[in-house]
Design a protein around this ligand. Structure first.
Ligand code: SF4
Ligand code: SF4
Length: 271
């Protein structure tokens, strides 16, 4: 995001809406975006209405009020002069918007947001079959974000376990080699709100994956959360539970369960 300094009146309304704390007041009394911190999520631009007042008029009014030690409190959801300006993003910076702006659809997957449906459509796709485990690692959070160099560290740390990186995932599509988890050099310094690595493996290998993630966590300059998924058994139990517990973890109660209401596009082989 950019701020047109010829328009900005330094009201500060855009500062608190930025999830990355990337906007601050510059020495000239106008606001400025820290381009390294900004993940191009466009939250500031979408949330603040452009009131469209001429900057000169707003400055004069603010100046007069300030002379009398008065202040006009503009509604908090406006940019009075429309100074926030979304730039034309070129690759690789455009990846920031692709991963951080929920209104942008990923070119490679056709899915908005983080660009993947994760396991939510497994009833239809059958990506995980009986005996399979899906592991998702989401790096970054609002306020923290994640650089692709950290995403790469995690992917490469997992590679000795010979994971199957999900092809229909935007992080996998940035890999130069899905066997090693290496990500294209030119994107490593790009920062996004969050990015998800998706792996398919076998249930019994879950403890090795969780151990590897524990080992790598101190080398990262961000936070991550881990999700584990598998296909429910006919009695409704989740087969990955015992493997997660074997690794020393308890399953969180905020799990998501597909109810099998979708029309499957696959047929599971029976032994
Ligand atoms: S809301 Fe608009 S005018 Fe106010 S500080 Fe932000 S960019 Fe400047
Ligand atoms: S685009 Fe997002 S990260 Fe960048 S300044 Fe606006 S709210 Fe902050």
């Amino acid at each position: 995001m950019e701020i047109d300094k010829t328009k900005c009146v330094g009201c500060g309304n855009c500062h608190p809406v930025c999830p990355m704390e990337a906007i601050s007041l510059d020495t000239d009394g106008k606001s400025i975006v820290n381009q390294d911190k900004c993940v191009e999520c466009s939250t500031c631009y979408r949330l603040l209405r452009n009131e469209g007042y001429p900057p000169i008029l707003v400055r004069i009014v603010r100046g007069i009020l300030s002379f009398f030690s008065l202040q006009h409190m503009a509604p908090p959801d406006v940019c009075p002069t429309g100074a926030l300006t979304p730039p034309e993003l070129e690759y690789p910076r455009s990846l920031r918007a692709a991963f951080s702006d929920p209104t942008v659809v990923h070119a490679g997957t056709g899915v908005g947001g983080r660009g993947t449906e994760e396991i939510k459509t497994n009833d239809i796709t059958g990506r995980l079959r009986t005996g399979d485990a899906g592991i998702v690692i989401e790096l970054g959070r609002p306020g923290t974000g994640a650089y692709f160099r950290d995403v790469e560290k995690v992917a490469m740390a997992l590679s000795p376990l010979e994971p199957h990186f999900e092809e229909f995932n935007p992080v996998t599509q940035l890999m130069t080699d899905s066997k090693t988890g290496k990500i294209r050099d030119e994107v490593l310094d790009e920062k996004v709100l969050s990015a998800i690595i998706e792996v398919k493996t076998k249930l019994e290998r879950i403890p090795e994956y969780l151990q590897t993630l524990e080992d790598i966590q101190t080398e990262l300059d961000t936070v991550f959360s881990v999700g584990v998924a598998s296909k429910c058994l006919s009695d409704g139990s989740v087969p990955h539970q015992q493997w997660v517990e074997k690794a020393g973890y308890k399953l969180s109660l905020n799990g998501k369960t597909n109810l099998g209401l979708g029309r499957p596009l696959f047929k599971e082989e029976t032994a």
